[in-house]
Design a protein. Structure first.
Length: 95
């Protein structure tokens, strides 16, 4: 759904910027966009989305912080593997 919305917005912006119809067509597009944004149904849905985000934001933040702390704690708790000394070489001649 997000991709479709971005596509429509992108097409609209591309049309406005690439339009050769001039200022008159641009003004029509702006007026339609403002009419759409000020529509009570759109405002209602925007308010619903804002309320949903405000309601869920603390839960999402808590979930993210818990899931970030686990890998971070695991990464700091691991000890690095012991390396072999570079002086330990085989002295047997190769054939």
């Amino acid at each position: 759904m997000k991709g479709k919305i971005l596509l429509v917005v992108g097409l609209g912006v591309g049309y406005v910027l690439g339009s050769r119809a001039g200022r008159g067509r641009y003004d029509e597009i702006v007026a339609k966009a403002q009419q759409f944004w000020n529509d009570p149904r759109v405002k209602s849905q925007v308010n619903n989305a804002q309320d949903f985000v405000k309601d869920k934001a603390p839960d999402v933040a808590e979930f993210i912080s818990k899931n970030v702390k686990k890998p971070a704690a695991a990464a700091t708790a691991k000890k690095p593997a012991a390396r072999k000394s570079p002086t330990t070489r085989s002295t047997t001649p190769k054939s």
